[in-house]
Design a protein around this ligand. Sequence first.
Ligand SMILES: [Zn+2]
Length: 300
Amino acid sequence: MFMTKLPQNIIVADIGGTKMALGHLQNIHATTASAGVLTDRLRVADPIAALERIILEYANQNQLEFDAVVLGVPVSLDRNMDLVLSGPNIPQLEGLKLATLLQAKLSKPVRLERDIVLLTLGEQHSGAALGASSAVGVFLGTGVGAGFLIAGKPYRGFSVGMELGHIPIHGRGKICVCGNLDCLEAYACGHTLNELGKQFDIPVSELFSARNKNLIPALQDFVRDQAFAIATTINLIDPEVCVIGGGIPLMQDFPKEKFKHLIFDHLRRPYPKQSVKIVWAQLGSSASLYGALAVLEERL
Ligand SMILES: [Zn+2]
């Protein structure tokens, strides 16, 4: 009975730092239709009107009568999942009640979810963490993001929760995009790879294949810092499943097996070392479509 109330045609937009990926579900089945638009289109005086245009353009291109919209957003939201508290990537959204304002423009339900939580929900709904009683998703890309689901529900801390990219490490005084010193993201995220690519004059996509004597130790540090952050998360939370995704593990010659070993070597024994399942994400960007279904099932 409940299912019949769910929207059938849902537009899902995953807003990244550079690109916005749009897709949709038709009769609640994920479709392969997709479109990418530059996130720069939102870096304008009226980002709500821009979002409305982007969504209507997508609906038009796909001749879709949509009845709900789910946005995965790279920002901190208030507990009502509406007001944008902080978004250094898209400062134009800060202070706006994004869901309320867009819903008023479109006259359709709009739900927001943190981008990483949307992907983690998708992997639990239909992917690598299917059926897990508790799951942590860690996504290694431009930033380092984590989501934690207990009995299918996102853990949100007292205010936001799971800011894995901003746990302090090293103490060498390097500034992070958030303004603090010595966050994980100051030392080991996608930006770090861009810096290394420039420093060694090697295309970023080929960094892990390169055999430069000075680059190799820098990449070993990078991989270790990310693995340690995941081990810390697993030791602290003890989830049934930990899903690792994002663009970095998919890079050519990324040392996936060594990465898993580094994590396991630093897990407390006997548990969670013997109990946790560490798996690679299976759904790629379409995880956000399945995640959107989970969001609407819970919050509509
Ligand atoms: Zn930070």
